[in-house]
Write a protein that binds this ligand. Sequence first.
Ligand code: MSP
Length: 655
Amino acid sequence: MSKKPFYITTPIYYPSGNPHIGHCYTTVACDSIARFKRMQGYDVMFLTGTDEHGLKIEQKAAEKGVTPKEFVDGIVEKFKNLWKYMNIDYDRYIRTTDDYHIDTVQKIFKSLYDKGYIYKGEYSGKYCTPCESFWTDSQLDENGCCPECHRPVAFAKEEAYFFKMSSFAERIEKLLTETDYLRPKTRALELVNNFIKPGLEDLCVSRTTFKWGVPVSFDEGHVVYVWIDALSNYISALGYMNDAYNDYDKFWPADVHMVAKDIMRFHAIIWPAILMALDIPLPKHLAVHGWITFNGEKMSKSLGNVVDPFILGERYGCDAIRYHILREMALGADSSFSNEIMINRINSDLANGLGNLVARTVTMADKYFGGTLPSDREADPLDENFKSVVLNAFAETEKAMEETKIKQALEEIFKAVDRANKYIDETEPWKLGKDEIKKNRLASVLYNLLDAIRIISALLSPFMPVVMPKIWEQIGASENDVTYDKLSVFGVLPKNVTVHKGEILFPRIDVDKEIEELNNIIQKNMAEAKSNLSSEEKGEIAEKIELAPEISIDDFAKIEIRVAKIKSAEKVKKSDKLLCLQLDDGMGGRQVVSGIAQYYSPEDLIGKKIQLIANLKPVKLRGVESLGMICAADTPDGIKVVFVDDSIPVGSKIR
Ligand code: MSP
């Protein structure tokens, strides 16, 4: 019987700077899903790659005095090295500079043009050069600047091709609201309200302002919009409209595209519209996760707040890093990366939980039976509950993985780890070992533990592919004992199984010492990042830190800044930008309207503490009363709310 196909993709990354742990999340998540599916017997195609065209790359290469291709070649190597280091077992790697891909993009563009879905027009509007985006007046921020990077925009006019997005609005709305294409579904409403309800505008899909892109084959001087180029990778890599590969019929439609929230819109609206226009099936699922943030900021190389995954991997092993990022991130929400949380998690789950379970069990089998369990056994009704918890973990993990809920899958598996450790406490093997007539019972207990470890470690192997085979070696499990069909039953290990005591799987980490060392590394990184900024970036920062005229302490004292907690948040009707927040301000509560809707969903905010300018004159924004303002920072990545440590009580005065 031929295996069922399963196709999963990461976004293709911009090779504009070195990869960091933020990039790792999607790739590690997809790798784990791909490995899980392979274990289940699927024929898997796991695709990743790099998105190498566009103005930013052209500019960075020029700054370095190399060609764009030379520039990206160096960084692509770094991405590939990182994936190798993190044990990413991808099946195919696409570069948008590959000839076959360029050829396919040209054919796709021409085919959409021939079908009448792409037409030539003229674009005039406000253009943001760094973001390569035209914006309509209503999309600009409060200062009339780019809504993404908040830099000034300039009026520009150019001949351009447009894609008739508007023809697909109704079908896309249905896709988002009536199917489970988008996971989590809660994000669908946000897209429909922000982009579809206000009227889906036709999309400008060609540029004449730079050269580093796929040329429009029938109109010299135009290059294809980077997102059309990039999104097409998911089908060109299978051989759609090209002869480089021959897997399109087998693997398309994709089972899962996984992306972070900032590029959800492109995958939830533009990509389905292109596929509809090409008249080919839509992917089955789009799984959207949040960002890994560091001290509340999206990780970014230019800020230097990046923890180098190579350094972390060297210190704690790449399996531990993989486990930590997967265990922290729930689908849809952001997850904050902290060295302290990571180290504590490695210590509690991996060193104390799993590592200890294996070490204790193997050591006892060694101590009491010289490593090989005898055949005589004595069961106890107590065993049944233990086994049922382990088997239930298998069933729940399978279910969670079906829904791409990796965090949940890991939680389920660790319930079995905890239960196994508890089983040791309940059965007290060290007491059984002292009494010759209880040896049969002891053999049963240890066998059950070893067999539970077999199931647990096999379930964990897609997530931690290096250490789990070491566990199999220690518990005497052969490759045949850990196949997927054997994970829903006990009694698989040989009756007289022989254990092999081995190295400590996850050494305990000295929390204080490590945190201090990691903080030193980060300080150094940040200083380096600052000195490596391009002249343009330095200029921007210098421009930003030009101060307003001095004020006296009395002037400052006029401003009442208080700590408040966000109780609820909802979008202000007919506004893309405004959120209406209900605050607990320690003074009976109040309502504040804030222009942060493009950067935060209500669920990102509820329960968080913020700084409130409490004595600002009330105003009405879009007809909604705002009694004060919350503090936020302008950053190159957009507006960031300044959150306050949870230990500071609501109502506290900030000075
Ligand atoms: N080239 C586009 C994707 C085209 S897909 C057809 C792109 N590239 S990117 O390199 O900027 O980002 C790739 C992915 O990495 C995005 O999903 C982005 O959100 C994700 N991440 C980058 N930094 C991240 C974090 N700190 N945390 C989680 N994901 C992050 O967008």
